[in-house]
Design a protein around this ligand. Sequence first.
Ligand code: HEC
Length: 303
Amino acid sequence: MLFASIAAVSLAAGCVGALEPMGPNQGDDDQGDDDQPAPGTPDAGTPPVGSAARAMFEADVASAMAQCGSAGCHGGTGNSPLKFYPTDLTQLYTTVTSYDDRMVGYFDKTTAPMLKRVSPGPHYTATYTADQVTKISAWLDLEKTERATGNPPPTGTPSPGQISKQLISEWSGCMTLADWDADGVAVAFADMGTNQGPCVQCHNTGQASFIASRDSTLMFNTVSGNKYFMIAFFTPNVTDVANAKMEVNKSLYERVGTGVYPYNEHPRFNVNNQAFTKLQSFYTKTMAKKAAGTCGTPKIPAN
Ligand code: HEC
């Protein structure tokens, strides 16, 4: 049963992602791209306020998403699960659409996580009515059409989704194998125990977008080179955009380890152990590189 759900959880892993702020040198992430998204970004950007798709979102979709926005879920502050429901609801449209892969799936209604994770539901307490599914699908279709016919590229302040991508990209260049090895992160995670055996037993090859391998180099390359594997360890917190930064995604493990939905069937484990101490040590070293401006070339592109 557990294994049967691996693929589905992998696809759904975006929900555990988080946003992040930029730390003390906020707004100066050494990449010179703070003020505008990189050219050619797949972020389709924000259509003019008057666009028909945006109007459709506000009329037909926003109300269906109100159920997502409690502080323990996708509203409030923090880094996990993905905080796409802003306090200022005039920002809902731009925030949701800025997560081009993790929310709207490039406006493909057959894959868009905001639709597929909730319908068929329930997803936690959330469900869409048939009418809401129809409306969200129609909106995604219209966005796709509008954007295909040439909307202006993103301008102005970067969106939460864009900041998240920049932070993840930058972080991928700040992490070093030398620090990872020195802290022994890989073995500590591989050997962390549960009531059904150590993590490595099931996550050795990255099941459910979480890798725990005793092969330190393999695990490092996976975590530093792939966004979805990275966010299981380090995830952006962009709920305070001015202070967006990467954070240790400890809350994911607190949920998984205690069997919080949708991890009800997951083996139980305690997060207060040396693996998280090592991960935190590695995080501190990585953050220091960022602060010192000594990060390497990003392995994960920003777009
Ligand atoms: C007996 C097999 C098994 C063991 C042991 C196991 N897991 Fe899992 N894990 C799974 C399965 C199956 C899933 C996907 C389904 C689910 O979430 O329950 C999963 C999902 C996860 C996820 C969710 C990833 C995501 O982004 O949704 C995390 C994180 C995770 N495991 C961490 C751990 C950690 C940490 C350990 C060791 C302390 C561990 N697992 C031990 C089987 C296992």
